[in-house]
Design a protein around this ligand. Sequence first.
Ligand code: NAD
Length: 485
Amino acid sequence: MNSISFTELGDKGNWIGGALLLPSKVEKLEVTTPYWGRAIATIPLSGRAELDGAVEAATAAWPEWRDTPVGDRTQIMFRFKALMERDYDQIAHLVALENGKTVPEAKGSIDRGIDVVEFATSFTNVLRGNVMNVSNGVSCEALYEPLGVVAGITPFNFPIMVPLWMIPIAITSGNCFILKPSEQTPLSALKIAELLTEAGLPDGVFSVVNGTRNSVEAITDHPNISAVAFVGSSKVAEIVYSQSTANTKRALCLGGAKNHLIVVPDAEEKMTVDGVISSSMGSAGQRCMAASVMVGVEEVQALIHSIVKASAQLKLGEDMGAVISATARERIIGMIDKAEEQGASIILDGRNPQVPNHYEGGYWLGPTIIDHASPEMTCAQEEIFGPVLTIVRTESLQEAMKIENGSPYGNAASVFTTSGAVSRYVSEHASAGMVGINIGVPVPRDPFSFGGWNQSKFGHGDITGTSGLSFWTNLRKVTTRWPAN
Ligand code: NAD
């Protein structure tokens, strides 16, 4: 079933000590579905007191969890994966309902989250450390040790996948984890909590504290939280990174993006059209990996024509979902208006789309393509985070790379070409952490790690794969000598 039905989920709380707690004295916030623009649930706007409760539960649970053999910890991940598969359709509906994605997009995001769970199930192998004789009768051992109580703060655009970039790796390596999900999409996080508990995770090892800025500041200030991972906009990533590290916490904060997709005339047509459209319009453009600027090198008019024709056929509510809020919708329309004012051409206009009848009241925008933009225009510089593709035309590959390199961000860059030389040139010169060759959304799969460069990331290392494991652990080195017989 790929259609969404309106569902009211009532008052939700925080997940602390293995149960849902409804704090009585804090203000509530409505969670709205982008499909209809109507409230589906409420969450508490937690502050220090609620966060303190989660840290206390986590601190109490940690000694036993730290000492639980890694084989027993991975068994919980095996069961968690089976439970996610059991409830796959229900989770996909929840993700779509709270975020506005289509059901197939929601399923794709669950699959990518399950990839990380699968990586964590391999930790009996990955966490075994290293040992070597370094001298006669002397051995050195390196062991991964958990940090203690750690936290993650996540954005609205992937309510299951982004929390799962962190939780399986942090927990299976022996930490107790507190999640502060986006206040716009907090419901999938509570489903993760229910399933982890059903999988046998001891109470206190995983908590969810709902809220906004106050709960984030309570995390970055808390003396018993050792590490903070953040995913969201660059502005907030920088704030969370500065506050966390000023309080001597380990921090890794992934931020926003402006990804470039370079298309040269020898590109294969179908691969290019599909790749450009899925990257720019998928998840209604609300992806940190979305290619929002296509740089066309030399004569690519025929390809642009095919991209516009195919984008115009995307059906709202079936091929493309809604954007997250009325505010986001207004902001995106404002950026399209500005592109027009600055002299670019709107060759596909989604500002007044035909809304599917049964989704009246939702936050809908149609696919939009802005052509003949100059690299200095706002639409080519700033993250739009909506279903908008900006096209900049250049006369050479070198000029195209200059534009890509000029962005302060550095999440992803892609090239569409059938030339090995062109692909090598782009992959060697792009100023981005993740490069795609004939792939519009070049997300690395575990154990390869996810992470950008420049203003798309504050802190060292990546969030998933073995790099994520390094973030959530300390390496203990033991050097041993015994008396000879
Ligand atoms: P956001 O920065 O507004 O919010 C992210 C989190 O920070 C939320 O949990 C929110 O409650 C909290 N927050 C918001 N304002 C805060 C403040 N002033 N102080 C402390 N905490 C605050 O981001 P969003 O709108 O939810 O998500 C979209 C952004 O996330 C885009 O910029 C997108 O590129 C980025 N993103 C990046 C990646 C990546 O891997 N680099 C992945 C997904 C999304």
